[in-house]
Design a protein around this ligand. Sequence first.
Ligand code: SF4
Length: 229
Amino acid sequence: MVEEELAHLFKAKPKPKDLVRMKKIIAILKKTYPDSHCSLKYETPFQLLVATVLSAQCTDHRVNLVTSVLFAKYPDARAMARASVPEIEKLVRTTGFYKNKALALKELSQAIVYNHNGKVPETMFELTRLRGVGRKTANVVMGNAFGKNTGVVVDTHVGRITRRLGFTSHKDPEKVEEDLVVLIPKRDWTLFSHLLIDHGRAICTARTNPACDRCPLFELCVTRGAGPR
Ligand code: SF4
């Protein structure tokens, strides 16, 4: 089933030299960031789903502060489904877009309780039918909570750095993902995003002058400090 769900992703044709370059880049990133992992804090798939919905346009650090209080009060879908939207709004206010996010949390919790017996569904199809859950959020949950590589999560770090590295010219995250899945071994899809997020925070920052002079990918990068992309 997962393989069938993936078929539509493989549209781009990879260049052989990009496959070689990507292989070297992944090996270097794995050595540079050996503990790379999801920086959102969670104990269950439901909590990761909630944290990921809250992380839109918000830092993981802020989300972790908010969820430490939110999960103490509403640890699972049944508890969150019973909460009122204003109660949830109060707790998630500082993550931005809090009205939309609170409504999404309430409705996705209700759907999980009523349609999935209180458990987060484990398919891309069912996940993306939940309110507030797009392909990116579903990929995060599938990859990190269920250990299923269903795609590459493209956030601002992943988009910016893969454009700088010359693997894509697209800005649309779904198009970027199509360019990446043909270059990265499937077993590394989830880890790849964590590696690039770590690299984006430490060296290849969004600033006009990323730290190219101390970047371990310098020899393999096509833009080398040309700045934001
Ligand atoms: S060389 Fe510069 S632009 Fe290229 S990946 Fe490294 S920090 Fe980013």
